[in-house]
Each structure stands twice: as structure tokens, then as C-alpha cells.
Ligand binder design. Structure first.
Ligand SMILES: O=C(O)[C@H](O)COP(=O)(O)O
Length: 293
């Protein structure tokens, strides 16, 4: 198992690492505090989605997994199975790519019976009017820094989607959004990461935490930005540091918490570290005019 569990190593000069110097500080704090781990929880971004190949902001458009995304989800399941984990409940968003990732992962673990609970509160960040647009073209027209701010800043909200948007009806006429705990009219039309955390945190506190407190091993199959919001909350990542946190697809992140739900050690991305770093670079590169080979 050890060879597969890679604690995040950080290099504050390398923006491809996750969490940058925040994680180093967390490691030092954890060493000093000697807090005992009481709970474990897995947070993971779904496997690669079909629109990743086209480099378009997908957000609330219900794209399915790409062929690589299917492989990633199965590989995660094999990894967790080999490490001997037994899941008790999996939480997903209402989007197919997050649900399929959970199904494939459970199938690969031979734990298909494990309950899967879906909520819109784990949906990808709502990218508003940016939905469907190509990131590299946006970088060409608006600059790479602007695209980075749209994608990674904490409190910048992109322009809202309106009825003239090509995906408006597809999203808001979808029956799944009549099942939410807020009315369709009150669902977001665009969100900052801060907004994502605000809609996610009540669900984390009210539904997920009680499961973990019962001793259940929970896996959250979320999205790049719903997972970033959750990690920000759990790890106490600052508004400034969260800008440098980019999550790879299909990589389980193990978080260990004490009895007060404070992290006891740096979060760990499980898998081959080189492959994980390459996957993070790939996601970062989506916002550049020219993608690295
Ligand atoms: O919504 C999307 O397209 C992705 O899931 C996340 O995109 P981002 O990496 O640009 O935030």
C-alpha cells in the first residue's frame, strides 16, 4: 500500500503542486499538535469528462465520462480495493460523470451494494455564461491571467447564464433539478468558489458529517471545484492559497480528521505521484493559449 499512497509533496515555486506552501504549514502544524486521527474521508474529482478533450467549460452541462475517464474511475476502484478499504456510503452530484465515476469505482471494488446518495449541492461550480466556451480561445481573447482568475479565484463570479444561452434550457428544464431542496428559480445562474462552499457546507455539516461520525467510511465523488471548496473548508486553505490548488481527475484524496474534524496530517493524493503531477499540469494547461505537449 505504501508505494501507492503519496503524501502531497510541495514546492512553492512549482504551481503544478497542490496546496503549495499551505500544505507545508499544515504538515508542521500536524507534527506539533500530535492530534490523533479519528475519521477518514475520501474526496475525489470524477474521471475525465467528454468535454475535456474539447477544452470547454462543462459545469452543469451533463456530459458523460470520456473513455479515459472510465479507465480512471475503474483504476481508482482497484487502488482502493488493493489498499483494503471498505466504503460505507458514496456521495455524488446530480451530474452523470460524478455518478458514473461512483458506480465504476464501486464495481471495481466489488462493493456495488454500497449506497450512492446524490445531491445538487455537490454539483460542479456553475460557470454561468462561460459554460460551453473553449478555455484556450478565452485565454487568447481575454488573457491567461483572466482565465486563471475565472477558474481558480475564490470570490470572482463569472457573468450569469441567461435564457439566450445555448445551454440554458437544457440545464433548467432538466427534471433532476425539480428534485432539489431549493426551487428551480433559486438554483444558481453563476457561482464563485465561495458560492459553491456556501451551498455545499450545510450539506456537509447536516448530512455527510453525521454519517462519518457514525464511523462510516465516506467517499465523495465530486467535481474539480466542489472538491476544491470542500478541501478549502476542511484544510483551512486561505482565499489566496486556494488559487493554486488544482485537482486532477480520477484521483482519490484521503483526508484524516480528529474528533473535531480538524485535519491531523496533510491530505494525500493516492496513486503514482508522477502521473498525478502530470494530470494536474494537464488541467492547468487547459487555461493556456497553447497547451504543452
Ligand atoms: O466545469 C468544468 O468544465 C470542469 O469540471 C472544471 O473546469 P475548470 O478546471 O476550468 O474549473
Amino acid at each position: 500500500m505504501l508505494s501507492m499512497v503519496i503524501q502531497i509533496s510541495v514546492n512553492s515555486h512549482d504551481c503544478t503542486t497542490i496546496g503549495t506552501d499551505f500544505v507545508t504549514r499544515r504538515a508542521a502544524a500536524a507534527r506539533q499538535s500530535f492530534r490523533m486521527s479519528k475519521y477518514k474521508v475520501f474526496v475525489m474529482r470524477h474521471g475525465e469528462g467528454a468535454w475535456t478533450k474539447e477544452n470547454r467549460f462543462c459545469s452543469w452541462v451533463d456530459q458523460r465520462l470520456s473513455e479515459d475517464g472510465v479507465k480512471e474511475a475503474l483504476a481508482c476502484g482497484h487502488l482502493l480495493k488493493e489498499a483494503g478499504y471498505h466504503l460505507d456510503v458514496v456521495f455524488t452530484s446530480l451530474l452523470s460523470r460524478s455518478i458514473h465515476t461512483a458506480w465504476l469505482l464501486l464495481e471495481a471494488m466489488g462493493q456495488e451494494w454500497v449506497p450512492v446518495v446524490r445531491t445538487w449541492r455537490l454539483n460542479e461550480r456553475h460557470y454561468g455564461a462561460l459554460i460551453g466556451l473553449n478555455r484556450a480561445e478565452m485565454a487568447l481573447n481575454h488573457g491567461e491571467e483572466q482565465v486563471k482568475q475565472w477558474r481558480r479565484s475564490y470570490d470572482l463570479t463569472p457573468p450569469p447564464i441567461d435564457e439566450s444561452h445555448p445551454y440554458f434550457l437544457e440545464i433548467y428544464n432538466d427534471r433532476r433539478y425539480s428534485t432539489c431542496d431549493v426551487s428551480k428559480e433559486d438554483l444558481p445562474k453563476s457561482e464563485s468558489l465561495k458560492d459553491v462552499l456556501e451551498r455545499l457546507q450545510p450539506y456537509w455539516d447536516g448530512t455527510i458529517v453525521p454519517e462519518i461520525k457514525q464511523g462510516k467510511l465516506v467517499l465523495i465523488s465530486g467535481h474539480g471545484n466542489s472538491c476544491r471548496a470542500l478541501l478549502k473548508h476542511l484544510e483551512g486553505i486561505s482565499d489566496a492559497d486556494i488559487v493554486n490548488v488544482t485537482l486532477p481527475t480520477g484521483t482519490p484524496i484521503l483526508i484524516e480528521l480528529d474528533e473535531n474534524f480538524r485535519p491531523t496530517k496533510p491530505m494525500q493524493l493516492l496513486g503514482d505521484q508522477k502521473a498525478i503531477q502530470a494530470a494536474i499540469r494537464k488541467v492547468e494547461d487547459q487555461g493556456k493559449v497553447k497547451q504543452r505537449a
